[in-house]
Design a protein around this ligand. Structure first.
Ligand SMILES: NC(=O)C1=CN([C@@H]2O[C@H](COP(=O)(O)OP(=O)(O)OC[C@H]3O[C@@H](n4cnc5c(N)ncnc54)[C@H](O)[C@@H]3O)[C@@H](O)[C@H]2O)C=CC1
Ligand SMILES: O=C(O)C1=N[C@H](C(=O)O)C[C@H](O)C1
Length: 269
C-alpha cells in the first residue's frame, strides 16, 4: 500500500502543529494531505507550512472537513468534543481511520463516536503516549494487588490553557484503578472536594487538578496505606510523545476492521 494520506484537524492548535510537523518528518510512512481549522480561523486559505512560519508544504488549510477527509486514509484529531463528534461521522463516511485524542468527552459524545465506529476504525485515548499507557496497565495491577485498605488518589497538573478537568489521562488512570478493584469508577469517584467534606470514604478514588504556566502534563497515582505509600508517576515534557503515539495509531488502524480501539490495543498492552 502507498503511504497513507493523513488529515490533521485543529491544525493551528498545540497538538495540531505538533502533528503537522511529525507527519512532515514521517518520510515513507505517511504524508500530509489535509489540514482543517474552524470556520473564520485566520489560517484558512493559507499553506499550513507557511502559517506555521516555515516553508510551504502544499497543503492549504480548509474549514471543509468532508472535502479534506474524502482524499485521506486517516484523520488525526485533537480538537474539542463537539468537533470530534462531527468529525467521527464525516471520517466514517469517508472510511478514514479516525484517531481521537480530544478529552472532556461526555456520555452523549461517546455514544455518537461509538455509532460512527460501526462503519469505520476509531482509535481513541485520553493519552497517546507509550509511558502513560504503560502506567495505566501498572495502575490496574497495583490496585488489584493492594485492595481498598489503600486509598487511591489521582493528581494531575497541566498548562493554564487546558479547559477540561480532571484530565483525560487522570480518568484513564482512575478507570484502571477501579477496574483493578472490580468496581465502576462512577460509583467511587470523588471529583472536586471543597469545604467540610467529611472523612474520606473507603474505596473511593479521588481526583485533584493543578493548572498553571506551560506544564505539558503530569500525573501521579498515589496509593496511600498505613505507614507507607506507593506512587506511580508520569511526567510529559514534550507534546511530541502524544503526536508520535497518534501517528502510530493512524498507521496501525489501516488494516483493521471497523470498531472502536484504544491505545492499549495499538501498543499491545
Ligand atoms: N490524547 C492525548 O494524548 C492528548 C490529548 N490532548 C487533548 O487534545 C485536545 C486539544 O488540545 P490542544 O492542542 O492543547 O488544544 P488547542 O486549543 O491548542 O487546539 C485545539 C484546536 O482545535 C481547533 N478546533 C476547535 N473546533 C474546531 C472545529 N470545529 N473544526 C476545526 N478545528 C477546530 C481550534 O481552533 C484549535 O486550533 C484537548 O482536548 C486536549 O486535552 C492534548 C494532548 C495530548
Ligand atoms: O490538554 C492537554 O494538554 C493534555 N491533555 C490530555 C489529558 O487530558 O490527559 C493528555 C495530556 O496530559 C495533555
Amino acid at each position: 500500500m502507498d503511504r497513507p494520506g493523513l488529515v490533521v484537524t485543529g491544525a493551528s492548535g498545540r497538538m495540531g502543529r505538533t502533528l503537522v510537523r511529525l507527519i512532515g518528518e514521517a518520510g515513507d510512512r505517511a504524508r500530509l494531505v489535509g489540514a482543517v481549522e474552524r470556520a473564520g480561523h485566520p489560517w484558512i486559505g493559507q499553506d499550513v507550512g507557511v502559517a506555521m512560519g516555515g516553508a510551504p508544504v502544499g497543503v492549504v488549510v480548509t474549514d471543509d472537513p468532508l472535502e479534506a477527509f474524502a482524499k485521506a486514509q486517516g484523520v488525526v484529531d485533537f480538537t474539542s468534543p463537539a468537533a470530534s463528534v462531527e468529525f467521527a461521522g464525516l471520517a466514517a463516511q469517508a472510511r478514514a481511520v479516525h484517531v481521537i485524542g480530544t478529552t472532556g468527552l461526555e456520555a452523549e459524545h461517546l455514544e455518537r463516536i461509538a455509532a460512527a465506529a460501526r462503519h469505520a476504525v476509531v482509535i481513541r485515548a485520553g493519552n497517546m503516549s507509550l509511558g502513560v499507557n504503560l502506567m495505566v496497565a501498572l495502575t490496574r495491577k497495583v490496585a488489584e494487588a493492594l485492595g481498598d485498605d489503600w486509598d487511591v488518589e489521582v493528581v494531575e497538573a497541566h498548562h493554564r490553557m487546558k479547559v477540561d478537568a480532571p484530565s483525560g489521562t487522570a480518568l484513564m488512570l482512575g478507570e484502571a484503578a477501579a477496574a483493578g478493584r472490580g468496581v465502576a469508577l462512577e460509583e467511587v469517584a470523588d471529583r472536586g472536594r471543597d469545604g467540610i467534606t467529611g472523612a474520606r470514604a473507603r474505596g473511593h478514588i479521588g481526583f485533584a487538578s493543578v493548572r498553571g504556566g506551560d506544564i505539558v502534563g503530569e500525573h501521579d497515582v498515589v496509593f496511600a496505606g498505613e505507614g507507607e505509600r506507593v506512587v506511580l508517576r508520569h511526567l510529559a515534557t514534550d507534546r511530541t510523545i502524544f503526536g508520535r503515539g497518534a501517528l502510530r495509531a493512524a498507521l496501525w488502524g489501516q488494516d483493521k476492521a471497523p470498531g472502536e480501539y484504544s491505545m492499549m490495543d495499538v501498543l499491545g498492552l
